[in-house]
Each structure stands twice: as structure tokens, then as C-alpha cells.
Design a binder for this molecule. Structure first.
Ligand SMILES: [Fe+2]
Ligand SMILES: [Fe+2]
Length: 481
């Protein structure tokens, strides 16, 4: 099964840093928006106050002149002087009660209506106005109109003083630039601070992630070295405790598993020995077949687990012989055809007995019991399988079992010298035995001989027989070992 593609990982450091920067900028923008609204209102209020004061002062100065025969002679110098001293004023003008200009800095405008008022509209003032006073404005300027009253309260004209709003706009723009600069600086510092802080906070998380990866890989000795007293430290402690318990549970499970396997091994070995003793075979036959099969399996490139299965299962290759009558099993002479047919039944009987269990060892043992007398050319029994249709376990045990049978004492003959046994086995290469496995066996014969010598003595003196000897006719090569 192909592993699923790993989802793209987003950096928490980056996410938190960028979120902090965005939050700071949004906060600054919001604060600036509120601040600017208040600043604009305050500046406008101050402007209106000063404008009204200027207008009221001019109205007071203009009253007497408006009642004179030539008001412009007095009013023009007054207006001109005012504009010279107050450069922030856009214009100042004195009107008679008909709205005609009587005082203006430009002489040519005298006698005209004030056209500048045409585009201005009255707007709600932020300061208190007196009777007759009004404030007018468009987007560029604000103007205050104040009546000129005679001492008796009679209105004799009015004055209009205007200021443009450019300086307010300029001040606000300058403020906006400063705020933007400040916001950028704060966002940068805040982002860096968030990045560093996040890195410190997430360092334990990295240690936990790496530790969990090792634990997931089976390393239960892993301890996550997180000293932080934060929730992450508590999490690391909890994981360490969990890992400790997991290790203990795994050790118990392994011990129980080993116990089960050992029990199976003992049962198998005992069964094999029962058969071995009953058929009066040379002591240690099943041990030599077990070790020799595992060795040949290893030479053939089988996995360590398969070799171990072979070693544990091979002792039961002849377990079916428990159903063979003693008269046939231990007959010293040649078996009749009928007796041989009975003897051959041990393969199927053994396979049947062993197939009652689903344990891997018993499944392997059932295969070996069923197929250790099959021949590479299909002339074997019980199924007449050929070539690689015979399980490799069966092909391996066939070679090792035959070798040990030939070189061990039997009830029907004495052990055969090594050279003679190998000559006989060579003649069966490609007919009885898998040729490749047999070549491997032959190429490493010294190892098999050494294995037999160190396992159980084949003869009383502990040496493998090397003298010439005759193979009993009662047992074809490879038949019950
Ligand atoms: Fe057999
Ligand atoms: Fe055998």
C-alpha cells in the first residue's frame, strides 16, 4: 500500500508572525481613524472660534464706517490691514445691508455683490453662534458671516471673513504620514517579536514531534526532553509516561509470545522425538534435519523468519509415522510393495495431523510433512508434485533428510561413508532433488558435515562415517529418513 501524500505543512511561526503584523496594522488603522476624526473636529472647532472672533471684531470696527457717507474710505484700509496681519485668512469683506461690498482689499470689487458666497452653504457650527451669525462652507473653505449692528441694535451691514481648509488638510496628511510610519515600524517590530516568541514557544513542540516520530518508529526508549512548565511540558511528561508503560507492556507481550513459541517448539520437538524413538532411528536425527534445513534455507536466501520456521517445523517431517505399524516401521528387511504403500501414507497422515493448527509453525510443518518425499521430476509421493510446485521447505528438507538418513545407522543398514552417500545423492540431482538447492548443499558440504558432528554424534565415536558401506535396498534414496 502506497503511503498517502503528506499534506502541506504551514509554518506556525510564519502564521503567528503574519497574524500579529496584520493585527497591529489593523489596530493602528482603527486607532488612527478615530484619532483623526477627533483631531479634525477639534481643529475645525478652533478654526470656527477664531474665525468668529475675527469677524465680530471686524464687524465692530465697521459699524460706524457703514453709516458714513463714504464707508469705503475707512473700510478698505481696515480690511487691508486685517489681511496683512492675519495671513491665514483667505479673504475679509464688509457688506452694506443690501449685500454690496463696501470694504475690500481690492478696490475694484467695491460696489459688487460678494460672489464668493454663492458656492458656500450653511452648515451646523460646532460653536455657539449669536443671532444673525452664520457659518458657511464648502470642501475648501469656511466663512463666518457676522452682522454689524448700530448701538441701538439696528443692523447696518455685515462682514464676511473666510479661511481655507488647506492647512487642516495638510496637517492631517502630515499626521497620517507619521501614523503610517509608526504603524510600519510597530508592525515590523511586532512581527519580529512574535517570530522570536513563537520560536521559543514552539521549540518544545518540535521536540515533542520528533520524539513522537521515534516512538512511532518503535523506539520506546525515547524520552522527550521538554523542561518547560507550560502545557507543552505537561504533554511531554504525559507522553514519556505513556512510552514507559508501552515499553513495559511490550516486554510482557514479547515474553508471552516467546513462551508460546517455546511451548510450540517443545511440543514439536517432543512429537518428533516420539516418532524418532518409535522408528528406532539414530539419536539426534530430527535435530540434524532441523539445523541442516535452516542452514540450507539461509544459503538459498530465505529470510531469517523462514529459516527459523524451517528449524522449528522440520523435526515433524515424519510425524505421520506414528500411524505406521511397528512391523513395517521397524522391519529390518526389504519392504514389500504393499508395506511400502503403507509406509508412504506417513506423508499424508503427518500433513493431516499438522494442518489442524493455523499457527505458522504448524502450517510450515504440514507443508514439510506433505512434500518432503516429492521429487523434482514428479516421481515422488504423495501428490506427485514436480519442480517449483513443491514448496521450497519440502525441497530443502528432502535433501537434508536424505543426507542424514544415508550417513546414519538405520535398523535396516549401517551408516554410509560420506563419499558414497554424496555419489548416490549426485545421481539424484535434477530427478529427486532440486538441482540448484542440491548444488548449494554440495558447495557447502563441509558446513553440513560440521553441523552434524557438533550437533549429535552419528556414531559412537562422534565422527561421521567415512568407510565404504552399502545402501540397503529396502530404502530408496530419500525415502523415510
Ligand atoms: Fe518421511
Ligand atoms: Fe527423516
Amino acid at each position: 500500500m502506497m503511503p498517502s501524500a503528506r499534506p502541506r505543512v504551514l509554518s506556525m511561526r510564519l502564521l503567528i508572525s503574519l497574524s500579529t503584523a496584520a493585527l497591529l496594522i489593523l489596530t493602528m488603522v482603527a486607532v488612527y481613524g478615530v484619532t483623526e476624526r477627533h483631531a479634525r473636529r477639534a481643529m475645525r472647532q478652533e478654526l470656527e472660534t477664531r474665525l468668529l472672533l475675527e469677524a465680530r471684531h471686524l464687524a465692530l470696527l465697521s459699524t460706524d464706517a457703514l453709516l458714513s457717507e463714504f464707508p469705503e474710505l475707512t473700510l478698505c484700509p481696515i480690511v487691508t490691514s486685517l489681511l496683512e496681519t492675519r495671513s491665514d485668512l483667505e479673504f475679509a469683506v464688509v457688506l452694506d445691508h443690501d449685500g454690496i461690498i463696501q470694504g475690500h482689499a481690492e478696490i475694484r470689487r467695491l460696489g459688487e455683490p460678494l460672489s464668493e458666497l454663492e458656492d458656500l452653504e450653511t452648515y451646523p457650527a460646532l460653536v455657539d453662534l449669536e443671532a444673525g451669525e452664520s457659518l458657511l462652507a464648502d470642501e475648501h473653505r469656511v466663512a463666518a458671516r457676522v452682522p454689524s449692528r448700530h448701538v441701538g441694535g439696528q443692523t447696518v451691514g455685515s462682514v464676511v471673513v473666510a479661511k481655507d481648509l488647506a492647512h487642516i488638510t495638510a496637517a492631517l496628511q502630515a499626521s497620517r504620514r507619521q501614523i503610517a510610519l509608526l504603524a510600519s515600524g510597530l508592525a515590523l517590530v511586532g512581527t519580529m517579536a512574535a517570530f522570536i516568541l513563537t520560536q521559543r514557544l514552539l521549540a518544545p513542540l518540535d521536540a515533542i514531534r520528533q520524539g513522537l516520530a521515534r516512538i512511532g518508529g518503535g523506539d520506546l526508549d525515547t524520552r522527550i526532553p521538554v523542561q518547560s512548565r507550560t502545557e507543552l511540558g505537561l504533554l511531554a511528561d504525559a507522553i514519556n509516561t505513556m512510552t514507559h508503560h508501552l515499553k513495559r507492556i511490550r516486554a510482557i507481550a514479547r515474553a508471552r509470545e516467546a513462551e508460546v513459541i517455546n511451548t510450540q517448539r517443545e511440543v514439536i520437538h517432543t512429537l518428533g522425538e516420539v516418532v524418532e524413538n518409535r522408528s528406532r532411528e539414530t539419536g539426534g536425527h530430527i535435530d540434524r534435519v532441523a539445523l541442516g534445513s535452516a542452514l540450507l534455507g539461509k544459503l538459498a536466501g530465505l529470510s531469517a523468519r523462514q529459516c527459523e520456521l524451517l528449524r522449528m517445523a522440520a523435526p515433524m517431517h515424519d510425524v505421520g509415522k506414528i500411524a505406521i505399524p511397528d512391523a513395517i516401521l521397524n522391519k529390518p528387511g526389504k519392504l514389500t510393495d504393499e508395506e511400502m504403500d503403507v509406509m508412504k501414507q506417513h506423508a499424508e497422515i503427518g500433513a493431516h495431523i499438522l494442518s489442524q493448527s493455523s499457527r505458522p509453525i504448524f502450517r510450515a510443518a504440514a507443508i514439510i510433512a506433505a512434500e518432503h518425499h516429492e521429487h523434482w521430476d514428479g516421481a515422488g509421493y504423495p501428490a506427485g508434485l514436480a519442480g517449483e510446485d513443491i514448496h521450497v521447505y519440502g525441497r530443502i528438507v528432502a535433501i537434508v533428510d536424505c543426507f542424514d538418513a544415508l550417513t546414519s545407522d538405520r535398523c535396516y543398514r549401517k551408516a554410509m561413508p560420506l563419499a558414497k552417500a554424496l555419489d548416490i545423492m549426485r545421481s539424484e540431482r535434477g530427478t529427486h532433488f532440486d538441482p540448484e538447492l542440491f548444488d548449494l548443499f554440495l558447495a557447502n558440504i563441509d558446513e553440513f558435515v560440521a553441523l552434524c558432528e557438533t550437533t549429535v554424534p552419528l556414531r559412537g565415536d562422534g565422527e561421521l562415517a567415512r568407510a565404504d558401506g552399502a545402501l540397503s535396498e529396502t530404502e530408496p534414496v530419500g525415502v523415510p529418513g
